[in-house]
Every structure is written in structure tokens, then in C-alpha cells.
Write a protein that binds this ligand. Structure first.
Ligand code: 13P
Ligand code: SF4
Length: 366
């Protein structure tokens, strides 16, 4: 590595267009040494540079199969961690802005999950009865916890398959951090709402009685996505009044009530494919992040499809939005100069256990 990495500060003075040219040039110079992965929530000025785009599952597979020396992840922190865990030791995973986290992922941490496990062990035997399942939107050490406790990772695409597998192993599931994905998936599998209880990590014993714990099939962590919680049943009801033949499609991080009222529920990739494959002239109300919906709206115009955002207020994922052309140009130009900046490197021991849970997921969700 060269002694002095190029500093970030001067890039803040550059226009998006200047950065665009620099990104294109750096990509050309780096060639096959580089792969850029872009999540669907990325802004257009970033998305256009992605070699592969996708939802969390698709991008984790791309990271696992990539041969590139540098994997630049235009997404959020947990995604770059997954890329690091699943790639070869000599590959380097980079997040262009280290402050691009996920507020939902931050709602669960190892001390609180370990505390929950310990408290639950006074009522049930967790090792015999409980499969820990972490949504991929979580810290690497929670994936490691699942790897170490016969548990698994899931994404919004494979959550049902993963829960089916989990119930084939043990009778109950501890699901974190997103209560909504857990509840919506459990309901789809036929579980009653009172079989899915919420573990409030701020209260002793999660705020649950012993009876509730004994009766629960899924113990849901009290986490949520601040973007998807903005979608409300009233917004769907209004749309249905205005466009009776219209279709509603939502991401499963939305509330149970919103998902129940939706015609389709699925991952970002599922949402895009469903609308793309629909009949020309159809109308859609979409409950997921704004950048994805705006892009679909533009792309579908040719087919006379209308694509409308569910909420009347702007709900962008502010952390996804932190990845901007200035940061991308900065990391790429550093790579051209043989400087690695913003590497995401999961400690070996954590990565080893997390890999167990991730590879289990990939094997189950084939
Ligand atoms: P997907 O895996 O569906 O892309 O979801 C990731 C995410 O963070 C949604 O908020
Ligand atoms: Fe996290 Fe929500 Fe942003 Fe997805 S949309 S990355 S869950 S904060």
C-alpha cells in the first residue's frame, strides 16, 4: 500500500458529473480487479456504476462467487461485512462511506441477545428448544452467535424456507432484529399472532410471562425499520378507492397490517421482478424505499405502468443515501493508487462462526 492515501476532503468540492467521469476512468483502469455491487436502494448516480445489482440474498451470492480482488459494496455496513465473510481471505471488501449503517441492525447487539438467551434459559432450555435466526440486516457477531448456537441467517427472500428449516430443528425460534419480517413470515406459514410474542429488550424477561414464552413459537426481537414503518393501512385504502383495479406490493419489513392488505409481499428483487413482469397498463402502489420506487416509476413508463410510492412523505433510507459519487470516486481512485481505504474486515474468529450461519442459509435457500 502507498504511504499516503488520497484524502477525502477535496472530493466534497467535486460535482456529481466530475465524479462520474472519475469513477468511469477508475473502473476502466482497475478492470477485473474490481467488482461494484449495488443494492436496489442506492441512488441513481451510484446505481449506474454497479456491475451487479440485487437484494441482500442475490448480492451475498455475488460476493461469495466473485473473483475480483476488490469488492466495493454500495449498500450498508452489514452487506459489506457479509461480502468480507463470504469472499476469499485475499479479497478486500470496501464500504465507500463507513457511516452507512442500518438503524434496524443497530437495534440488536450481542450483549442484549446473550442476555435474552440467558434469561430465556430460566424458563426453557434454549439449546434444546430454540433456533436463533438473524435477519441478514444485523451485525457480524450476531451472525456468529447464530453459527455457534445451531442457528442461521435469513433474508427477506428466503425467510419462509429458513423458518421451515428452523422448526424442523427445534420447536421455537428466536428471531432478530426485525419483528415485522418474523411476524409476516410466521403468519404466512399459518402461525397465529399470539404464537409470536415480542421480546422487549429493555424489560426484564423481555416483558413476557413464563406462560407466553412456553406458548410462543416465535420470539420476535423488538426491532423495526424506520423507513418501512412509515407505510400505513390508510395509504393502501386510499389507493384502492382511487384505483380499484390497482395492485399493492410491499416489502416484508412493513407492518403486519400493511402486508395483510397488500396483494404481494416480497424482497426488493421480488418487487422489481413482479412489476416488470406485470401486464402493460397496470397500476402499482409500492411499499419500499423511495429510490427504488422512483427508478421503477421511470423504467415502467414505456410500458404504460404507473408506479406510486405508498407514503405521502419522503422515506428514503438515509444511510443507503450516504454512498454518494464523491465517496465512490474517492475509494476507487485510492485503489488505482494502490491504497485501500474503508476496508471492512470482520475479525477472523467472528467471521468463522458467522460463515457457518451464512453458508447454512445459502445451502437451505438454493
Ligand atoms: P432486500 O434483501 O429485500 O433487498 O432488503 C434489504 C433491506 O435492507 C430492506 O430494507
Ligand atoms: Fe436498514 Fe431500513 Fe435502510 Fe433497509 S431500509 S438498510 S432495514 S434502515
Amino acid at each position: 500500500m502507498a504511504a499516503n492515501p488520497i484524502e477525502l476532503q477535496p472530493y466534497s468540492q467535486l460535482s456529481d458529473e466530475d465524479c462520474r467521469q472519475r469513477i468511469i476512468n477508475a473502473k476502466r483502469t482497475l478492470g477485473e480487479r474490481l467488482v461494484i455491487l449495488g443494492h436496489h436502494y442506492q441512488r441513481d448516480e451510484i446505481f449506474e456504476h454497479a456491475d451487479f445489482s440485487g437484494d441482500s440474498l442475490k448480492l451475498s451470492r455475488k460476493a461469495a462467487n466473485s473473483k475480483a480482488e476488490f469488492i466495493v459494496f454500495c449498500g450498508v455496513h452489514f452487506m459489506a461485512e457479509v461480502a468480507d465473510i463470504l469472499s476469499r481471505p485475499d479479497q478486500i471488501s470496501i464500504l465507500p462511506d463507513l457511516s452507512a449503517g442500518c438503524s434496524m441492525a443497530d437495534m440488536a447487539d450481542l450483549p442484549r441477545v446473550e442476555q435474552a438467551w440467558k434469561e430465556l434459559s430460566s424458563v426453557i432450555d434454549p439449546d434444546q428448544t430454540l433456533t436463533p435466526v438473524t435477519y441478514i440486516n444485523s451485525d457480524a457477531n450476531l451472525k456468529a452467535f447464530c453459527g455457534d448456537h445451531q442457528g442461521v441467517v435469513c433474508t427477506s427472500t428466503n425467510a419462509q424456507k429458513i423458518l421451515e428449516w428452523s422448526f424442523s430443528q427445534r420447536e421455537k425460534v428466536l428471531f432478530f432484529p426485525d419483528q415485522h419480517l418474523g411476524r409476516n413470515t410466521g403468519a404466512k406459514m399459518g402461525l397465529e399472532l399470539d404464537e409470536m410474542v415480542v421480546w422487549d429488550y429493555d424489560q426484564p424477561m423481555g416483558g413476557l410471562t413464563e406462560q407466553q414464552i412456553h406458548q410462543a413459537k416465535i420470539i420476535l426481537w423488538k426491532g423495526f425499520c424506520s423507513v418501512h414503518q412509515m407505510f400505513k393501512p390508510a395509504q393502501i385504502e386510499n389507493f384502492r378507492k382511487q384505483v380499484p383495479a390497482g395492485k399493492v406490493i410491499s416489502h416484508p419489513e412493513s407492518s403486519y397490517e400493511v402486508c395483510q392488505l397488500s396483494d404481494y409481499v416480497g424482497s426488493t428483487e421480488f418487487i422489481i421482478n413482479t412489476i416488470r413482469d406485470a401486464e402493460p397498463g397496470t397500476d402499482w402502489l409500492v411499499g419500499t424505499e423511495l429510490n427504488l420506487v422512483n427508478r421503477l416509476h421511470q423504467q415502467m413508463k414505456d410500458q404504460q405502468k404507473t408506479v406510486k410510492f405508498m407514503s405521502p412523505t419522503v422515506c428514503m433510507c438515509s444511510t443507503m443515501f450516504r454512498i454518494d459519487p464523491q465517496h465512490l470516486a474517492w475509494v476507487l481512485e485510492n485503489l488505482v493508487e494502490n491504497n485501500v481505504v474503508n476496508q471492512i474486515s470482520v475479525p477472523t474468529k467472528v467471521a468463522k462462526s458467522a460463515r457457518v450461519a451464512l453458508q447454512r442459509m445459502l445451502a437451505i435457500s438454493i
